[in-house]
Design a protein around this ligand. Structure first.
Ligand SMILES: Cc1cc2nc3c(=O)[nH]c(=O)nc-3n(C[C@H](O)[C@H](O)[C@H](O)COP(=O)(O)O)c2cc1C
Length: 319
């Protein structure tokens, strides 16, 4: 059996360096993380603030593959070269972002209907970057068939990994993942494939593992956000976690304090923590009722009161 390789998916605003560092302190099981996307720039100089999320001095604990979004070869080469100079060995190209504002500029999933543009981009970029290229894609922008025009193109290049999230861009995150289309892609690819999408628990993972026997690399986003013990569970098969609420509380409190030190303004801090609770609440039996309350918390004091009571007394971990 091939060994399990688990990557943390990029979730912009959530799986940034601050989260990744604290995750590594409190939990185990992630082999590497893809960073949330960084835009290509037309500027001559790349500022440190533009790439602060991936700067080695800001990252402790898990290896990171920086992700770039853009359709401009010169900007991509410049960023990829900068990442190489910082010591990274792989960079990831985002061909999946579904946001309409991004896609309409032919970036992210907006490039998928244009195999010619993708080929021209790769022709231009690949000989000019001193770093390995991985790609993260959806199966199309509008239609799942789009992927089949792209696979023969990807096969022509030394791409080290193709991460496939089997939804179309217009689907955003709704509807089912299209496992049949993912399955059809596999024999057509000469590149190592990573599966991504809707791994939320041990059972869903085992079903995928049984079905896709040649896949050993898995990228997981919302499942880890909701249940940070998930990578450990997928590795061990042991779903009973000792003292999960206490351990989760320690993680939450560290995350809260780290954001408190970083963000200016109490409302920014409360909003940021609420954006995590959109995922966290799913791991608690009584999470939904709690989440309704936390959504209404509009001051820092209220947030601390509600979360303190929940994690201190009321929370019941969903086994
Ligand atoms: C809030 C949010 C932000 C995301 N940001 C990125 C991003 O920066 N780059 C990217 O490639 N995918 C991004 N994604 C997509 C995820 O990486 C992943 O492909 C998707 O959530 C499906 O995997 P999952 O079901 O394991 O979460 C984002 C998804 C969400 C929900």
């Amino acid at each position: 059996m091939s060994p399990l390789f688990l990557s943390l998916a990029p979730l912009r605003g959530l799986t940034n360096a601050l989260y990744r560092n604290l995750y590594s302190v409190h939990f185990q099981g992630i082999d590497t993380a893809i960073s949330p996307f960084i835009n290509t720039l037309s500027a001559k100089q790349i500022s440190r603030s533009h790439i602060k999320d991936i700067l080695p001095e800001n990252n402790h604990g898990m290896p990171v593959v920086p992700q770039i979004i853009g359709n401009d070869p010169a900007g991509f080469i410049q960023l990829a070269t900068t990442f190489h100079d910082l010591g990274f060995d792989t960079v990831n190209w985002n061909l999946g972002c579904p946001a309409p504002m991004v896609a309409k500029k032919q970036r992210g999933s907006g490039l998928l209907p244009y195999p010619g543009l993708i080929k021209a981009f790769l022709d231009d970029v690949i000989p000019r970057i001193p770093i390995r290229l991985s790609i993260k894609t959806r199966i199309g922008r509008e239609k799942k068939e789009e992927i089949f025009n792209l696979l023969p193109i990807f096969n022509q290049y030394p791409i080290v990994e193709l991460i496939i999230h089997p939804r179309t861009g217009v689907q955003m995150f709704s509807g089912e993942v299209d496992l049949a289309t993912f399955e059809e892609c596999l024999p057509l690819l000469k590149i190592p494939v990573t599966y991504n999408g809707d791994i939320f628990d041990y059972d869903s993972f085992i079903n995928l593992k049984e079905r896709f026997k040649t896949i050993s690399r898995w990228l997981i986003g919302r499942g880890v956000l909701s249940n940070p013990f998930l990578p450990g569970i997928l590795r061990s098969g042991e779903e009973n976690i000792p003292q999960p609420v206490e351990r989760f509380k320690n993680f939450h409190d560290d995350l809260f304090e780290a954001y408190r030190a970083e963000l200016s303004g109490q409302s920014h801090l409360v909003d940021k923590m609420k954006s995590y609770w959109l995922y966290f609440f799913r791991s608690f039996e009584n999470g939904e009722t709690f989440f309704k309350k936390i959504k209404k918390a509009n001051t820092l004091q209220k947030y601390m009161e509600i979360v303190g009571k929940f994690l201190g007394w009321d929370a019941i971990w969903r086994p």
